[in-house]
Write a protein that binds this ligand. Structure first.
Ligand code: ADP
Ligand code: FBP
Ligand code: MG
Length: 497
């Protein structure tokens, strides 16, 4: 493959391999990086009847996945990640593996499917029989009982919402967690959770490495908000967008059944408005979608109130979708509770749906021009609590199996996820360095604006300046890793790279 030397990548944790023509591999850590002379074993999958029909059941050790797939003739090949999948040689003997699984942070459709498939993957593909569930998130490592997991125990759990292991926010105590891992003789740790959880997983990995333990740490990214960068999308997102349609439909039915009806639907999305954007695009009944990434204003020309008034005059009703973190600055002016935090340190957001509904009602009451009839629907926790749909179930299976293959092959300190459709092992620092956000100067947001016909709440000048800024940012990147033209998967924000 013609790989060159090993570089630092500007980050002491980075394991970067440079190749020809601007090829960069951002590799993940391996147990052999800090434990010398580890024995390897042949992969038990070789004797698995299900896999023996597959021609190439092992991933080539040199296979990597390109982050940038839209390229120009002379552009460098850019950043790559190690391809996920089974390796010919593994670093654990089946009988020696003692695995554990933990789920942390907010609920998300598909958590139980990931748990199920990690357990079944370990049992059926690798003959591993010792798998523990950690009860109630990170603090469960040192404060709660563990739950033995077998294929029989997890057989039906993918049909249920939530997580059979329980979850929590806060309570991350690195040394107590690693003490517990060491005391219990656990040597594979599967950590399912969002950005906060992956930060926690990263420090657990660092501590394990510092202590020189032969323990593989694998992260499975969970976020209903789709706010994790690098990966194409997060599990549960598809289910959430689908389920949101039911709330939007209800809001539409309510709104169109009365004179000057307004249906308001709040959807999740603390910092990233992907659920609101995709649910709006899918529905076609939404007249306005408000997300955290696109500031808006209420009063005056081009403002929300003017748009609502025009829409009611034209159409007699309207539907508004708002993401929970939208309009934060506006909201903060009227409500003084924006500084509260949850146990994990996430900002606690007051109910933006209620606020926007009351603001609209007050405005039209003051105006005495139009008597509106507004119904507010908050389906957020109902959406989050359902089981994953078919497509998310398959996706969760792939994530879980990739994690198992990676840990068995001795990789550690990694998160799994699809990059341009190919499952990859991504170093923790890449996942936690920034959030994935909707880029409002990209074509997907333009599609949304053209489908709802809502104002952009930006003057033409602002948009042009933003576009120039983003082009400047992307040109500054050494490998041009973020392609602003790529709209095939979720758009990635360049603002914080
Ligand atoms: N920077 C961090 N270092 C260590 N642990 C963290 C960090 N941020 C969050 N965590 C832990 O990760 C878990 C989940 O985080 P949270 O932000 O609530 O959800 P999510 O992982 O879904 O974003 C919590 O137990 C929290 O204490
Ligand atoms: O009420 P909770 O449990 O704190 O959850 C609310 C938050 O959880 C989420 O659904 C997901 O957030 P995380 O992925 O960070 O857990 C957010 O959209 C929402 O703000
Ligand atoms: Mg989070």
């Amino acid at each position: 493959m013609g790989l060159g030397g090993v570089g630092g990548g500007g980050d002491h944790k980075a394991k970067v391999v440079m190749g020809e023509a601007g090829y960069v591999l951002e590799d993940v850590p391996h147990l052999s990086d800090y434990i010398p002379d580890l024995p390897t074993f042949s992969n038990p999958l070789q004797d698995n009847p299900a896999y023996s029909v597959v021609k190439q059941y092992f991933v080539n050790v040199d296979d990597t996945v390109a982050q940038k797939i839209v390229v120009h003739k002379d552009s460098p090949r850019g950043v790559h990640f190690r391809r996920a999948g089974p390796r010919q040689r593994v670093y654990f003997q089946s009988d020696d593996v003692h695995a554990c699984i933990v789920t942390c942070g907010g609920l998300c459709p598909g958590l139980n499917t990931v748990i199920r498939e990690i357990v079944c993957g370990l049992y059926h593909m690798y003959g591993v029989t010792r798998v523990l569930g950690i009860d109630g998130g990170y603090r469960g490592f040192y404060a709660r009982n563990t739950i033995p997991l077998t294929p029989k125990v997890v057989n039906d759990i993918h049909k249920r919402g939530g997580t059979v292991l329980g979850t929590s926010r806060g309570g991350h105590d690195t040394s107590k967690i690693v003490d517990s891992i060491q005391d219990r003789g656990i040597n594979q740790v599967y950590i399912i959770g969002g950005d906060g959880t992956q930060r926690g997983a990263s420090v657990i990995f660092e501590e394990i490495k510092r202590r020189g333990l032969k323990v593989a740490v694998a992260g499975v990214p969970k976020t209903i908000d789709n706010d994790i960068p690098v990966i194409d999308r997060s599990f549960g997102f598809d289910t959430a967008v689908e389920e949101a349609q039911r709330a939007i439909n209800a809001a539409h039915v309510e709104a169109e059944s009365v004179e000057n009806g307004i249906g308001v639907v709040k959807l999740m999305g603390r910092y990233s408005g992907f659920i609101a954007m995709y649910a709006t695009l899918a529905s076609r009944d939404v007249d306005c979608c408000l997300i955290p990434e696109s500031p808006f204003y209420l009063e005056g020309e081009g403002g929300l109130y003017e748009y609502i008034e025009n829409r009611l005059k034209e159409n007699g009703h309207m539907v508004l979708v708002i993401a929970e973190g939208a309009g934060e600055k506006l909201f903060a002016q009227s409500i003084q509770s924006m500084s509260k935090q949850d146990a994990s340190g996430n900002k606690l957001l007051p109910d933006v749906g209620l606020w926007i509904s009351e603001s609209i009602k007050d405005h039209f009451a003051r105006q005495h021009k139009i008597a509106i009839n507004l119904k507010y629907i908050d389906p957020t926790y109902m959406i989050r609590a359902i089981p994953s749909n078919a497509s998310d179930n398959v996706y969760c299976t792939l994530l879980a199996q990739s994690a198992v293959h990676g840990a068995m092959a001795g990789y550690t300190g990694f998160t799994v996820g699809p990059v341009n459709g190919r499952h990859s092992y991504i170093p923790f620092y890449r996942i936690i360095e920034r959030q994935n956000k909707v880029v409002v100067t990209d074509r997907m947001w333009a599609r949304l604006l053209s489908s709802t016909n809502q104002p952009s709440f930006l003057s033409a000048k602002d948009v042009v300046e933003d576009k120039i800024d983003e082009e400047a940012v992307s040109q500054k990147l050494p490998d041009g890793e973020v392609c602003l033209e790529n709209n095939s998967a979720m758009e990635k924000s360049v603002s914080s790279t």
